[in-house]
Design a binder for this molecule. Structure first.
Ligand code: ADP
Ligand code: MG
Length: 714
């Protein structure tokens, strides 16, 4: 399992640049963006359309027609190639542009320290000398020199191709384009934009076109097969007609007609454009697909595994109740403002104050006044703890100024807790099941956890312990594991999002199964799932540790609608996706953490969050929810289904209308020419342009309608 993290050991973190310095440097050095790969020029794109497989085939026919002394035919075929190419060019060009626009929708963010404050800025605004705060899941946005590290592990495979994680020491460089897979670090920007190592490498291997997805690969195969059939049929009928006594040049005319009629020239670009259009419509609904192919897979989704925090809930956290061994206290207040009303017995309030200080010291979030309002900086749950402390009149910042945090052990979804050393004490916060067991028993704690969880509150247990001088000198995360004193349990409210209930109902009508998969407490998870109507009465509430090892057994257990899976570890999500896939489901699975990458890749559709969540998860995902909202997944599935239906419609149309075009030739050939050719080769070519291109375009552009999600996918 995970190595125990080592602490951050710098006592006084650097205050960072001032806002003025940063502005000046940004002006001097320019924004931190990689030099753009040159897009393929429109002319090159157009020429590409005139020289691809079918075009070459038809050019061949043109030459043969010329040689055979049929200039009209040669001209006609050339016109077909150029007009087709023109259409395809326009479609591909628009698809390309759409894809580029989509990329720009997901800005990269970085946490920095400026003027002594934590600040989240756009990666483009990063300048040399900025102090960057890295944590697990972050993508590095510039070349940085590490100042301090805590259990830092980097994935540098994007630069080196080496997939094993590396553990750089303070003083060494980490490069733009690499990822933090574990731990924390502070680092100073050394070079940005075009001066980064990534920019140097990118210049060497500039590619603007993403590799083809599985759908495109399959379509290419289909198209090639059809082309081979077309040519063979052409040759066959050429032989047949000649042997039936037709003059060779008429036979040739005939063969060309048959071949051209059968070749599905417009098919690939129409598919591409139709996918790109859908991707754009999805982006309009806050769903960003990272591969065009995902559009089609989304349409086939039959099972959605959603997490809870931020997706079903708003991720706006407020502490509403705190249980301590000395009594319970209710807290009320608005947003992230420090003012609040605290109700409870004086003794209980005193205990809650002690708890709040520990919780805030072990937290990395802060509420900060900006533009007349209080804004969260950091994870909303962490911020809620700082707000709690302020509402109770506990001066966390003052404490830290006198007595800085000297070591920090970051949150880890397997330990499910995190801690910090400050003032000779270890302050721990984490999920109740991961903390209470490490504390001396306190009567009433389990009952409090049970009662608060069934109300849908998110729970955190807070504990602390004194450290011996030796332990203070070299603290480790193992200190969390013994002799803790439980200070109490915090109940955090995170209300469901608007619109989730309706989205859940839409899925039900569409025959899509739903499950909640969360790291949270089963009581909390079940309460929230019930509140939004996702939980089906009688469907099981399971915990990660109860899941069977055997995939078939697991699949059978999970293959129901409305299942709640709690206390699930990231690794188990992978098996859940796999087990459901084996049962024949097309699985969409959400994930936000650094360890969710494998599960997101394993699922048919990996879904990551654009607002919360880590860069690692976004990188591994097929779909990014720009608003983190569950309803957005459903909207994307809706668009995907509509597009899938469109593609199926025009594929059918495309392939059948070619058969129709072929029929007169077959009749003519089989009757040995006694039944006159109902339609000439030139007319077939004209038909091809008229009936293949425009109707296919129209069929491909059909938008979703209210019936799209009205029943299971057919
Ligand atoms: P979710 O699936 O709801 O995002 P998580 O896996 O993030 O659940 O969290 C599971 C539990 O771990 C939470 O209920 C909470 O008790 C605890 N936890 C989550 N984040 C933190 C944190 N930053 N510090 C301490 N404990 C945490
Ligand atoms: Mg979480």
């Amino acid at each position: 399992m995970a190595r125990p993290p080592t602490p951050i050991t710098s006592a006084r973190p650097a205050a960072g640049l001032t806002a003025a310095e940063a502005r000046e440097r940004l002006q001097r050095d320019g924004p931190n963006v990689l030099p753009h790969a040159k897009p393929v020029s429109p002319l090159a794109l157009f020429l590409g359309q005139l020289t691809h497989f079918f075009a070459v085939l038809l050019w061949g026919a043109t030459v043969l027609a010329l040689l055979g002394g049929m200039p009209e035919l040669a001209i006609a075929i050339a016109v077909v190639v150029v007009v087709n190419g023109g259409f395809a060019f326009v479609q591909e060009y628009r698809a390309d542009r759409a894809a580029q626009r989509l990329q720009a929708l997901l800005p990269m963010r970085v946490t920095v320290r400026r003027d002594g404050h934590r600040l989240v800025i756009s990666a483009e605004d990063l300048v040399v000398g900025d102090v960057v705060l890295l944590e697990a899941g972050d993508r590095v946005s510039a070349d940085l020199r590490l100042a301090s590290t805590a259990g830092l592990e980097m994935d540098e495979s994007t630069l080196t191709g080496e997939s094993a994680a590396v553990r750089p020491d303070p003083g060494s460089l980490v490069f733009a384009g690499t990822y933090v897979v574990e731990g924390l670090a502070e680092a100073v920007v050394e070079s940005t934009g075009a001066n980064t190592r990534l920019a140097g490498i990118a210049a060497l291997t500039e590619t603007t076109r993403p590799p083809l997805g599985p759908l495109a690969v399959q379509l290419h195969l289909v198209v090639r097969a059809v082309a081979a059939i077309a040519v063979s049929v052409g040759l066959l009928f050429f032989g047949l007609s000649v042997s039936l006594g037709t003059p060779p040049h008429e036979g040739f005319l005939f063969a060309v007609g048959v071949t051209v009629a059968l070749v599905p020239e417009g098919l690939l670009p129409t598919v591409t454009l139709s996918l790109a259009r859908a991707a754009q419509r999805m982006a309009g609904e806050h769903a960003l697909v990272r591969r065009l192919d995902a559009v089609e897979t989304l349409g086939l989704t039959t099972f959605i595994c959603s997490d809870k925090t931020g997706t079903l809930t708003r991720n706006e956290m407020t502490v509403v109740e705190v249980w301590t061994p000395d009594g319970t206290v209710q807290v009320r207040g608005e947003g992230y403002r420090p003012e609040g009303v605290v109700e409870g017995a004086p003794a209980a309030q005193e205990s809650v104050r002690r708890l709040a200080l520990s919780a805030a010291l072990a937290s990395t979030g802060r509420s900060r006044q900006a533009d007349g309002d209080w804004k969260p900086v950091g994870d909303p749950m962490e911020v809620a703890l700082h707000v709690l402390a302020m509402r109770l009149g506990v001066d966390v910042n003052g404490t830290q100024a006198v007595d800085p945090t000297t070591a920090r052990f970051p949150f880890d979804p397997r330990r499910r807790r995190m801690s910090a050393v400050s003032g000779g004490l270890l302050h721990v916060k984490g999920s109740p099941d991961s903390v209470i067991g490490l504390c001396a028993a306190v009567p009433g704690s389990e009952e409090a956890v049970h009662a608060m969880s069934t109300r849908g509150l998110r729970l955190l247990a807070v504990a602390r312990r004194e450290l011996t001088p030796a332990e203070r000198a070299s603290p480790t995360a193992a200190l969390e594991e013994q002799g803790l004193v439980l200070l109490g349990v915090v109940g955090i409210e995170d209300p469901p999002r608007d619109g989730v209930r309706e989205a859940v109902a839409r899925c039900r009508r569409a025959g899509i199964h739903l499950a909640v998969v969360t790291g949270d407490h089963p009581g909390t998870a079940a309460a929230i799932a019930t509140e939004v109507g996702l939980r089906v009465p009688g469907a099981p509430v399971l915990e990660g540790r109860d899941l069977p090892e055997d995939l078939d057994e697991l699949g059978e257990l999970l293959d129901h609608d409305g299942v709640v899976l709690a206390r699930v570890e990231p690794e188990q999500k992978l098996r859940i996706a796999r087990a459901l896939h084996r049962r024949g489901h097309v699985v969409a699975m959400t994930g936000d953490g650094v360890n969710d990458g494998p599960a997101l890749r394993e699922a048919d559709i990996g879904v990551a969050m654009g607002l919360g969540g880590t860069d690692v998860a976004r990188e591994a995902a097929d779909l990014v929810l720009l608003d983190d909202h569950f309803a957005t997944i459903v909207a994307a599935v809706n668009q995907g289904r509509a597009t899938f239906a469109n593609i199926r419609r025009f594929l059918t149309y495309h392939l059948t209308d070619n058969v129709a075009e072929l029929t007169p030739f077959v009749v003519w050939a089989l009757t040995g020419g006694s039944f006159p050719l109902a339609i000439g080769v030139l007319q077939v070519l004209a038909l091809d342009i008229g009936t293949d291109l425009l109707p296919a375009l129209a069929l491909g552009a059909e938008p979703a309608n209210p019936r799209t999600l009205a029943g299971p996918i057919r």
